[in-house]
Design a protein around this ligand. Structure first.
Ligand SMILES: Nc1ncnc2c1ncn2[C@@H]1O[C@H](COP(=O)(O)OP(=O)(O)OP(=O)(O)O)[C@@H](O)[C@H]1O
Ligand SMILES: [Mg+2]
Length: 591
């Protein structure tokens, strides 16, 4: 149960609700044990008066006794039932509601933590896994917080109250009658365990099907282009078949649950009536007929709590396994964090000294001893083959990673020391894969702004600067056009330009373009770069590209190869060097 101790802080948070819940469970049980006593009284009253009535058929009092007794006892029974019902309602309103509130808090806690974690965490763990822990696992934990706690308190209270009464009535009979119950608890425990295992299998299969379907339809164009509909359908059928088999297996075990319970209650009931019957006979009966009736009801009342011992145990085990998984993620500490007293951001020259970077998970050294200075207000061009480390460098400049060794400073303050929130605000980063949210173009562009809603002028200006305005106004709904999942309705170049507009509208001090002009033609590229020169006046920009045309007007250009700077200078200087840059230039000019 150790992992579940993590939740104690929440139980503490809702301590009043929980205490009230315990009070209500206790009260409802106090009333519940009164009810069989009423039945006992009715049976005894009836029995006594029937004998007397038979002996004195002409005396009406005995008949009236029976009627009056029945009326009052029935009223009492109904009254107690009603009040007990109210307590049961209240106890669910407190304990089960508490479990829902904690579920809500826990989900928020996990979500907030997810957002803090670094990209490398997301490389290591699949989206499915992240989603499962925040949904499936949290619901299992909730079962511990709600039903498990509720039934446990219920069992403890009810058990002590009934057992006390039963033992007071007759010790021997009590022992006989209760004998089958522990056996039932053990049996139910094993059945629940098997049921949980099977239902877990069903769940795993279910998530397999969902991932498969999701992937199939995201990649539907590839599937159609390769004519693989038949094959994917075959795979789908196979997975669904698996699901069917597993569900049927679960149903079989499920079907055992109630019969086993009812069988054991039956045995208890028979024992009560048989042994109780023997004890109620003779000239000096140990117990009354009413006691037998009360015992039968008590046994039935105890059945569910006893069964729930097995059920609750396996529920707690599952919750504990789930909370362990959740804790694993909650214990992950984000790599990129603020230092104790972060400094505020000031724009200035950016200086990289001996910066190296190795991806921990793959061990690939993507940057080796890169030293360079980007003067404030200038543009740096970065060019190089694929895999040469350009994006890695861009990531470091946006502080998505910290360098493995070496330092990056802006105006002589280390990046690590700058208040992260300000740094992110001042650095506009356009990633290589233009990701758009399934939302309107407007919301996609104003995504990074702190204030909600921005004036149309600003919005339109950003779109114009990114050279996408003329495309947007051609859409029927203009800026309100919703782009489908991953912006399916936009062309590659349009998506890139919307993501450029998203960075521009922030008016950042430093702007990094990671190959985000790759899908636009050279003319459009020219327009955007000219606009950029205007809006980034006095600010620093970094343009990463495969194309000379994107970087040739930059103030300084570096050529990366295998994570190292092999050439640097301005366009003319690099052409004169007659190295990699010049050869690339010749090749691209031919094109
Ligand atoms: N998240 C990552 N985890 C592990 N290795 C990575 C990761 N991202 C990149 N790499 C590796 O680091 C090296 C540099 O990659 P990077 O993305 O910086 O290249 P690039 O110059 O931007 O290439 P491209 O022009 O294709 O965008 C590559 O060998 C790549 O496989
Ligand atoms: Mg790249």
């Amino acid at each position: 149960m150790k992992p579940l101790f993590y939740l104690n802080k929440y139980l503490w948070k809702y301590k009043w609700r929980l205490s009230l819940g315990i009070l209500f469970v206790t009260s409802s049980n106090f009333l519940a044990v009164e009810m069989p006593k009423i039945v006992k009284n009715s049976v005894n009253t009836f029995e006594d008066n029937v004998w007397l009535l038979k002996a004195n058929p002409n005396d009406d009092t005995y008949f009236e006794n029976i009627l009056n007794g029945a009326l009052w006892l029935a009223l009492a029974y109904i009254g107690i039932s009603l009040v007990k019902g109210i307590f049961v309602f209240l106890n669910r309103q407190t304990i089960i509601v508490m479990s829902r509130l904690i579920e809500y808090d826990l989900k928020n806690e996990i979500y907030a933590h997810y957002q803090k974690l670094s990209p490398s965490f997301y490389k290591r763990n699949s989206t499915g896994d992240l989603m499962n822990r925040i949904s499936e696992d949290v619901s299992k934990v909730r079962m511990y917080l709600g039903p498990a706690i509720m039934y446990t308190i219920n069992l403890v209270v009810l058990f002590f109250l009934t057992i006390t009464y039963m033992l007071n009535t007759n010790v021997e009979l009590t022992l006989y009658v209760l004998a089958p119950l522990p056996l039932m608890a053990v049996l139910i425990y094993y059945i629940s365990k098997i049921m949980n295992k099977k239902s877990e299998e069903v769940q795993v299969q279910q998530s397999k099907i969902s991932s498969f379907v999701q992937e199939t339809f995201s990649g539907i164009r590839v599937i159609k282009a390769y004519n693989m509909q038949g094959a994917t359908e075959g795979r789908f059928t196979k997975e669904v078949d698996g699901y069917k088999t597993k569900s049927l297996n679960l149903a079989k075990v499920n079907a055992l649950f109630f019969p086993v319970m009812i069988l054991l209650i039956g045995i208890s009931t028979i024992l009560t009536i048989y042994i109780g019957g023997l004890k109620a006979q003779g000239p000096n009966p140990e117990i009354s007929t009413g006691d037998i009736a009360a015992f039968v009801i008590y046994v039935n009342m105890l059945t569910w709590p006893f069964a729930s011992v097995g059920w609750v145990t396996s529920m707690v085990q599952r919750a504990s396994a789930s909370q362990k998984r959740i804790n694993e993620f909650l214990n992950e500490s984000p790599e990129i964090v603020d230092i104790e007293k972060p400094k505020s951001f000031e724009n200035g020259d950016i200086a990289l000294t001996d910066v190296s970077f190795t991806y921990k998970d793959s061990g690939i050294q993507a940057l080796k001893n890169v030293s360079l200075t980007i003067k404030k207000g200038t543009t740096l061009g970065i060019i190089g083959e694929t895999g040469s480390g350009k994006s890695t460098l861009g990531n470091l400049l946006g502080r998505l990673h910290d360098p493995t060794s070496g330092t990056i400073k802006v105006k002589d303050i280390e990046f690590k020391e700058v208040f992260l929130k300000e740094l992110r605000k001042q650095v506009g980063y356009v990633p290589q894969d233009a990701f758009l949210f399934s939302d309107s173009i407007k919301n996609n562009i104003q995504f990074g702004l702190e204030q909600d809603g921005v004036s149309d002028d600003l919005l339109h200006q950003a779109a114009k600067d990114a050279h996408i305005y003329h495309n947007i106004i051609e859409f029927d709904k203009g800026f309100e056009t919703v782009v489908g999942e991953r912006g399916l309705t936009l062309s590659g170049g349009q998506k890139q330009r919307v993501s450029i507009a998203r960075a521009i509208i922030k008016e950042p001090e430093i702007l990094i373009f990671d190959d985000c002009l790759s899908a636009v033609d050279t003319e459009t590229e020219d327009v955007i770069l000219t606009n950029l020169k205007r809006i980034m006046k006095g600010k620093t920009s970094v343009v990463i590209s495969h194309r000379i045309s994107s970087v040739q007007h930059a103030d300084h250009i570096i050529v990366l190869q295998d994570g190292e700077i092999i050439e640097e200078g301005n366009h003319e200087g690099l052409i004169a060097t007659k190295g990699y840059y010049e050869r690339l230039y010749e090749k691209q000019m031919e094109g």
